[in-house]
Write a protein that binds this ligand. Structure first.
Ligand code: NAP
Length: 278
């Protein structure tokens, strides 16, 4: 099977490395010639170009570019596609992307591998990034079964756990476990930077260890991606942020009132609940 990748960054590059490893022929298109060359050097693609016509003979295409570019890229791709070519994307928000892309290309199925890291670009691409990760497909009532099955089968080959839901349900669920944590983690770093005494701030920076590393990781990630998540999933993210603010207010109230018993019960409930997420 011949697979096309558009966008050879963290996700596209990582996908190329694994797909080639599993015996697929991979053709990649990226915006910059330099990125194409890096992808070739890394072994993430068999051929690379800045020209979408490279993908005219592939069976399946993954669009792995920033969320706001997915629909425009599909529009530019269409003149080069065979009628049976399946197109999917890896964007972190599904409803607006799926609505537009399904309309443009009937053989489109939205997808989202739930794997990533703070770094971006082809330099950050790594083998095995998707192993044990969830891979969500978000078909609509008109998505062809063959498209769902083909993308699902490859997700399984990549070592992912497949999940299928509507684009709306996906966006609501990832607001809680991906988009909210990105904003919370960024707020944590921003709050620490508000320390007024430079020597205390310096000491805090020197003392920061695994706890801070874990809780600040997603807030220190790709700012463009964070902005796109917020822009394209704003209502679900705002809902999650407002609920989070209420949780913070609850904690503040317990501490102000020295209600240690309630605080401990709250923390016991969160300790118990955490394992349901991971
Ligand atoms: P990234 O590392 O910044 O890579 C995006 C790549 O897209 C860049 O290398 C860029 O290539 C290319 N690109 C940008 N505009 C383009 C265009 N108009 N035409 C062709 N190529 C273009 O970003 P990423 O983290 O891989 O994210 C890509 C997608 O994956 C996003 O939709 C994101 O929502 C989704 N996603 C991200 C994560 C994550 O944690 N990072 C996880 C799951 C899904 P050049 O270098 O050639 O400019």
């Amino acid at each position: 099977m011949k697979i096309g990748l558009v966008g050879l960054g963290l996700i596209g590059g990582s996908m190329g490395l694994d797909l080639r490893n599993y015996g697929f022929e991979v053709l990649g298109v990226s915006r910059k010639q330099k990125t194409c060359q890096q992808a070739l050097d890394l072994g993430a693609v068999d051929e690379a170009s800045t020209d979408l016509s490279l993908l005219k003979s592939v069976d399946l295409i993954y669009i792995c570019t920033p969320i706001n570019t997915i629909t425009p890229i599909l529009k530019q791709l269409i003149p080069h596609l065979q009628p049976q070519t399946i197109v999917t994307d890896v964007g972190s928000v599904k409803k607006p992307v799926v609505e537009e892309c399904s309309h443009l290309w009937s053989n489109f199925v939205g997808g989202h591998p739930m794997a990533g890291k703070a770094e971006q670009g082809i330099e950050a691409a790594q083998k095995g990034l998707f192993i044990k990760a969830a891979y969500v497909l978000t078909p609509t009532s008109t998505t062809p079964q063959l498209a769902i099955d083909s993308v699902g089968e490859i997700a399984t080959i990549l070592g992912c756990q497949l999940s299928i839901c509507s684009p709306e349900t996906h966006d609501r669920a990832v607001a809680w476990i991906s988009h909210l944590p990105a904003m919370v983690s960024a707020s944590l770093i921003a709050a620490c930077m508000e320390e007024l005494d430079p020597s205390v701030l310096q000491l805090a920076q020197n003392l920061a260890s695994s706890g801070f590393r874990d809780t600040s990781r997603v807030g220190g990630g790709n700012p463009e991606l964070g902005e796109m998540m917020a822009r394209y999933n704003s209502s679900q993210l705002l809902n999650a942020l407002c609920q989070y603010r209420q949780s913070l207010d609850t904690i503040i109230k317990f501490i102000q009132q020295e209600d240690w018993c309630s605080l401990q019960e709250f923390l016991q409930a969160t300790q118990d609940a955490r394992s349901n997420f991971l």
